[in-house]
Ligand binder design. Structure first.
Ligand SMILES: [Zn+2]
Length: 487
């Protein structure tokens, strides 16, 4: 798909704020009855006046700075007029000219290396209410409306059409989500936290807007469907019309909704109930509150811990996993004072920790749809498991089994290893088995002395079988050679 051009409009709910964008209603409505977190402002009752949530503006500025945007000197709210039941005022308070910030950029990792995606703008707006169509929008006999969501603070992040494939669009959203979570302004697990509209066009065709992609995972599927649809039309010489299409997540297809309205249809005008804001002077202070972001963390993990770049990327894509990794590595630093020089040695090799967390733990968590935060496998347990693994007390297979059991049922790694008879035999225990095998196989021993290499392999196999795989292969080889020489 070389000639595809995709631009995204990402709506991000600032769902970590305590109250909505223009009123004091609580944002904590996800598990509540519909229409219980409302007031005259977010229900759009006549005469109710909005007041801007200062924290929401601060979150918006932080996101804009993290996306390398310029914050404008003056920013202004507008009324975007349209009639729809999810918007009882008849307009949405949004931004138009003078958005919060413009001209940003964010890099994504593509198959051909790093790529810069330009950000056109970041603006603030209120979330409309949630419409629920039982059985899907095409078949539902009525619309249900929940105003709990009405008035939630949204950020709209608009990219230039720099994305060249549905896969790049997904990468962009994954990265954006991780930045928002680093900034602690957003919980991507909540329903409707990130909704995406997208423009997609092929060279030689008009662009279509695909709306209502409600999960960042759905984006790749929706856009792939739409790109293929357009390609097939072009191939048959059918003109692609500029229109808005709705993504039906259950069926995985896009459906024509209406020809696209132009901006003039919205009759934008400045919101008379909210004065212009000059917030650029806040940026210096807010810059200091921005934590280390994913790109910087990747570089630091590579430099400080010497982990491979692909491991660093995987560890840092989720801030909880990144913190978990650092706790596991840091807790194992011991300082050894030696001739006034403090040497820092790590009990757990960071490369080994990285590889266990990325290659094993993340997979086991995904499989169980669990998050590391709040899982029974706390950092101290992983530290114990990795220490026992590196000292040879348990095998790699044992370690995987212990991790699985703790994720499923909790428990202590040492207790599990004891109960399930995990662990390696020590050298003296292996020695007994070696002597026994030599005694019981005189014929093979004779072969060994005739310089038959196969004979040694056979004996090694016997000892390993006898120990149920718990002897260290190094011990078995050394001891066999020792006793066979004496023989
Ligand atoms: Zn309210």
């Amino acid at each position: 798909m070389n000639n595809v051009m995709i631009g995204l409009e990402v709506h991000v709910q600032l769902n970590k704020l305590k109250s909505k964008l223009f009123c004091g209603c609580s944002t904590d409505y996800q598990d509540e009855e519909p229409n219980t977190h409302t007031c005259p402002v977010c229900l759009g009752l006549p005469g109710a006046l909005p007041v801007v949530n200062r924290k929401a503006v601060e979150c918006g500025i932080k996101v804009a700075l993290a996306l390398n945007c310029e914050v404008l000197e003056q920013t202004l709210f507008y009324r975007k007029n349209y009639f729809y039941p999810d918007l009882p005022k008849g307009f949405q308070i949004s931004q138009y000219d003078f958005p919060l910030a413009v001209n940003g950029k964010m890099s994504i990792e593509t198959d051909r290396g790093e790529k810069i995606i330009r950000i056109n703008r970041v603006h603030m707006e209120e979330d409309p209410a949630r419409m629920i169509h039982e059985g899907g929008i095409q078949y539902s006999r009525h619309s249900l409306i929940d105003y709990n969501r009405s008035g939630m603070a949204l950020l709209e992040i608009v990219t230039e059409p720099d994305l060249k494939s549905p896969k790049e669009a997904r990468r962009f959203l994954d990265k954006l989500r991780s930045i928002l979570e680093y900034l602690d302004v957003f919980n991507g697990d909540l329903e409707g936290a990130m909704r995406v509209d997208s423009n997609i066009s092929l060279a030689g065709g008009d662009r279509a807007e695909v709306k209502n992609i409600s999960s960042h995972k759905g984006v790749e599927k929706a856009l792939s469907y739409e790109a293929t649809r357009q390609k097939n039309l072009l191939r048959r010489n059918i003109k692609i019309i500029q229109e808005t299409r709705h993504y039906d997540e259950e069926r995985g297809i896009t459906i024509s909704m209406r020809t696209k309205e132009g901006e003039e249809d919205y009759r934008y005008f400045p919101e008379p109930d909210l004065p212009p804001m000059s917030v650029k002077s806040w940026t210096e202070r807010l810059k200091d509150e921005i934590p280390e972001l994913p790109d910087a963390k990747i570089r630091r993990f590579v430099e400080e811990y010497g982990v491979k770049e692909n491991h660093a990327r995987s560890l840092t894509s989720d801030i909880e996993i990144a913190d978990y990794f650092e706790t596991v590595c840091k807790s194992s630093i011991c300082t050894i004072p030696r001739q006034k020089v403090v040497r820092r040695a790590r009990e757990i090799d960071p490369n080994m920790a990285a590889s266990w967390i990325v290659d094993v733990l993340k997979g086991e968590l995904n499989y169980r749809e669990m998050k590391i935060e709040g899982s029974p496998l706390t950092e101290d347990k992983t530290i114990k498991i990795l220490k026992d693994l590196s000292s040879g007390k348990i095998t790699e297979k044992n370690a995987v089994e212990i991790i699985r059991e703790i994720l499923d049922n909790g428990g202590d790694p040492e207790e599990i290893a004891r109960r399930r008879g995990f662990g390696r035999l020590d050298r003296s225990e292996t020695e007994i088995l070696v002597k026994k095998v030599i005694e019981e196989n005189p014929k093979v021993v004779e072969d060994y002395h005739k310089k038959k290499k196969r004979a040694l392999n056979f004996l090694v196999g016997k000892v390993m079988a006898l120990s149920k795989g718990k002897s260290a292969p190094k011990d078995v080889n050394e001891l066999l050679e020792k006793y066979l020489c004496e023989d």
